[in-house]
Design a protein around this ligand. Structure first.
Ligand SMILES: [Zn+2]
Ligand SMILES: [Zn+2]
Length: 590
């Protein structure tokens, strides 16, 4: 029996249940099943599964190589060498059939896979295994495979960067990482290849794709991770102190983004496109944490790492144990991340958190973010002991719910008008005060409709004031979505409405009062994208008006809070909160 899959792969995003929109998994019998019981067949599904099989096989080769190097495990080495030998034949076959016929027109094509991107990810693992194993005992076809792969990667890069003029693409980072590791692997095999070229390309991409605030330009948490991981991989065997100061600072800022945007429990908000909860992503987070430790000190990723490890449980492959010597020198000192409130001005994310790091709000007031952006301007995500109102992420891309629901406004806790989606637009931060935990942002997500959203964070308390003004002088149906990932209960009360968010061991209360009468309507919706078919009660706070102020106070407490809200004609909203330990007044002037 073969040690590695023999057939060509397709596009992994096709591996999704058409009924429940969850990622499929291979059953012990070899068929493709969804966790809700479906058995799905089809050519695309088989080809998608093959991608995951190939990536898993390459991951195994890499893991075995690192284990052999770390422990001297001879059997692990022999198996890794044998798998590489088989892969040399498989890749030879793939090259002889040319560019993939499974690609869709928009894809940058690969040979073994529909996408060159997939090929680059696969190649990184294969090349790293060769570097770790050394040339001794490798099948003669292995250097040939590495050369062919380098050619594929280089050709795909030419199409992407020169023909499509898209150097900033996250694909470039992966093609460069693959190039860097393939070149190093060829050097290990005794071939004179200039590996430094790919490191230079990586450092150039860092300048193109990463803003001053440390975020990859798309503003997607997942693509940020994706590109950061490619950079760290590409810099294998580089001495951190030899890197240009600006490059180290940019990489440090990227790592800091993760530590600073993470929820109190270490969960990374799934802003824009990206999975909500997926084992391979958690493993990637662990790999990034391990590689970052080799480059920088401190990284501040302990909580993020702990959360990923917890979510993985038995699926943790322990790869990070072998990554200690990734860089050729000690890590460089860098600024420690903050757990205070922080603004990322380029992507327009404002993160507010209370002094005890129990409640966190993330406001999206930045640019749309390209093809991975969502119609979600001025959404506010809430995290704490639980994912109260998280960014929902998206299912695998072949799911109709990616664009049919999760990229749309309806999936996000923000404003809709007349039932429409927002247009692609940018928000603007008007006021930011980290010390006092205050932010105000604005956007015009519909032509002629101005929205302002102000947040004020107190100790376990968040005031949220949304002002919507229709400039055409005509009333419209204005809705603000509540989009929980926990049990939600909403009730109408004389003052307006109250909401109760039941988390796992903690409870959040909302008091909702509007400047003109509005209706809080509960109904069935969808929760986060890892299980779109799971029933989730959501709510829309709706009013037919020309102008409205929608004011909410969220309080972290077991008991329903006593809150009074007043609106001054000048526009100031005042919240009076009477709690067991005294009274608090919060004024919000948007
Ligand atoms: Zn299903
Ligand atoms: Zn989104």
């Amino acid at each position: 029996m073969s040690l590695v899959p023999q057939a060509l792969g397709g596009w992994w995003h096709d591996y999704v249940c058409p009924t429940h929109d969850v990622e499929l998994a291979r059953s012990p019998e070899g068929d493709h099943r969804c966790p809700r019981g479906c058995v799905v067949v089809g050519e695309k599904i088989d080809a998608a599964a093959l991608v995951l099989d190939h990536q898993a096989a390459a991951g195994t080769v890499r893991l075995l190589a690192h284990r052999a190097a770390r422990t001297g495990d001879v059997a692990a080495r022999e198996q890794a060498v044998a798998m590489l030998g088989e892969y040399a034949d498989v890749y030879d076959e793939a090259v002889s059939s040319g560019w993939s016929g499974a690609s869709e027109s928009w894809m940058l094509r690969g040979k073994l896979f529909a996408q060159a991107l997939t090929e680059a990810q696969w190649a990184v693992q294969v090349a790293d295994a060769v570097i770790v194993l050394g040339a001794d005992g490798l099948a003669p076809g292995v250097p040939t495979m590495l050369r062919s792969l380098l050619e594929t990667v280089d050709d795909a890069r030419t199409v992407l960067v020169d023909e499509r003029d898209d150097a900033r693409s996250n694909y470039t980072a992966w093609l460069d990482a693959a190039g860097a590791l393939l070149a190093r692997a060829l050097v290990v095999c005794g071939e004179p290849v200039h590996a430094g070229l790919w490191v230079e390309r990586t450092l150039d991409h860092l300048v193109l794709a990463v803003g001053e605030d440390g975020w990859e330009w798309e503003g997607s948490t997942y693509y940020h991770l994706f590109v950061l991981r490619a950079y760290l991989l590409a810099l294998r065997d580089v001495k951190p102190t030899d890197l240009p100061q600006a490059s180290v600072e940019a990489l440090a800022a990227m790592v800091r983004v993760l530590a600073e945007v993470a929820a109190p429990d270490g969960r990374l908000p799934s802003l824009h496109d990206g999975p909500y909860d997926r084992a391979p992503m958690h493993r990637e987070v662990l790999e990034i944490a391990a590689l970052s430790r080799g480059l920088l000190t401190p990284t501040g990723l302990d909580t993020v790492e702990r959360y990923a490890r917890e979510r993985l449980g038995a699926d943790d492959d322990g790869l990070e144990l072998g990554l200690d010597g990734w860089f050729a020198g000690p890590p460089v000192p860098t600024k420690a991340p903050t757990r205070g409130s922080v603004l990322f001005p380029d992507v327009g994310y404002a993160v507010l958190r209370d002094g005890r790091d129990r409640l966190q709000a993330v406001l999206d007031a930045g640019p749309h973010g390209g093809a991975h952006g969502h119609l979600d301007k001025l959404a506010v995500y809430l995290y704490g002991a639980d994912a109260w109102q998280p960014a929902p992420g998206v299912p695998p891309y072949a799911s109709r719910l990616r664009h049919g629901h999760y990229a749309r406004t309806v999936a996000h806790p923000t404003v809709r008008v007349d039932g429409y989606d927002q247009r692609e637009t940018s928000g603007q931060i008007l006021e930011w005060d980290a010390a006092r935990g205050r932010v105000t942002a604005s956007a015009e997500p519909f032509v002629g409709v101005r929205v302002r959203r102000s947040l004020v964070m107190g100790d376990g308390v968040l005031a949220d004031v949304v002002t919507v003004t229709c400039t055409d002088g005509v009333p419209h149906d204005i809705s603000l979505g509540l989009r929980p990932a926990v049990g939600l209960d909403v009730r109408t009360v004389p003052q307006g409405a109250v909401s109760t968010w039941q988390g796992d061991g903690a409870r959040l209360h909302g008091v909702h009062v509007s400047s003109v009468p509005a209706v809080m309507q509960a109904g069935p919706g969808r929760g986060p994208s890892h299980d779109p078919a799971a029933p989730q009660l959501v709510a829309d706070w709706t009013v037919h008006a020309e102008r409205v102020v929608l004011a909410s106070l969220y309080v972290l407490d077991d008991q329903e809070p006593d809150v009074n809200v007043t609106f001054a004609p000048a526009g100031t909203t005042t919240f009076h909160l009477r709690a067991r330990d005294g009274a608090t007044t919060i004024e919000v002037t948007p």
